[in-house]
Design a protein around this ligand. Sequence first.
Ligand SMILES: Nc1nc2c(ncn2[C@@H]2O[C@H](COP(=O)(O)OP(=O)(O)OP(=O)(O)O)[C@@H](O)[C@H]2O)c(=O)[nH]1
Length: 384
Amino acid sequence: MQLNVPTLVLVDIYILALVGILMLHAWRRGRREPTLGYLSAALLLGVLGTVLGSLRGMGVDYLPLVIGNVVLHISAAMTWTTMRVFAGRQPHVPGICAGAVIWTVLCLNPAFYESLTVRIAVSSLITVCYTGLSAYELWRSRQSLEVAYLPALALTLFHMGFYCVRIIVDRGMPFDAAVASSGQGTNFFSLLVFETLLYAIGISFVTLSMVKERAELKFRAAAYCDPLTGVGNRRAFMTTGEYLLESCEHRGEPVALLLCDLDHFKRLNDNYGHASGDEALVAFTRIAVGSMRKQDVFGRIGGEEFACLLADADDEAGAQVAERIRREFAELPFQEPGELSVSIGIVSSREAGYDLFRLLSLADDALYAAKDKGRNRIQRYPAD
Ligand SMILES: Nc1nc2c(ncn2[C@@H]2O[C@H](COP(=O)(O)OP(=O)(O)OP(=O)(O)O)[C@@H](O)[C@H]2O)c(=O)[nH]1
């Protein structure tokens, strides 16, 4: 296959500029998400570096060889910075400048300046370093992404691999305007332009996906999390609870549901202020979460109402956990002794089956009975 170098370079410049401007636009529209800002800088610098690089053979060699490569190395550093910022770290200014500085200093040496092979090897090595750093930053982000992380890492590693191969096989070919204009440019350079094009498009697409995925995960977490206590809210409890019930039913294990409601909470708020009420909610959450196992599900399902689904637990086991929570909460030092207490209704799948709504409804009956009997107590369903 013959790849026409000047055409490829033109396409490269056009696509890089287009994608760079699109990323700039996405950055401005997306509340100035810094990841997209650095990516657009990388792409637009790539355009500038490629334009300067295309001036080879026009009698101003220092422009493509020195300035052009300096710009391209900063562009590679910006791609690394894109991944670094995405991973939650600050841009590393000395690191960004390092490639450009090394290149400039080496170009002061005539032996280096004159040797195309050595220049290719060093330039590729700098790119390999920046791409390796990008891969490292992506690796650091792996926990916070579910989908976009692997394609991004694969693409980055491929790009790094390509430049490793370039170090070994590309011996360079002095620029020859006649060869280029006849469309016969078939040395490694044409492959390089082609790969750069695919990489620029690919990395823009996966970075956009990564930013979008993270925003979605953030919104999803906010929609499922109670901001005061940090545990799941009603929606999270219902969703995760359904999963737990399904798997326990499948394994034939019993499940116990504890429905907890802090006593006289309105009075506590009125007497000591809303902030003290919030403190009590957080303290209760800490105690309840401390009594759960990893497989149990806990959530704040109302203002001062919490629910715990205990996996592989019958009502006896549920009552033991409930009593421990009740006692620990009542013993917490607060403004006045005896101000904090909780009533807990308990029901197990033996009475209610594995339907979450039925479990909640029957636990609510038991809770109502506990309140009726004077509060600060646990009550199993059915109440006496
Ligand atoms: N501090 C604080 N109070 C809250 C929060 N959410 C709900 N509340 C308050 O919780 C109180 C609940 O009052 P009630 O439903 O009357 O229940 P109670 O006073 O606990 O009475 P019993 O449940 O019958 O013991 C209300 O005053 C709400 O304003 C919160 O996030 N923080």
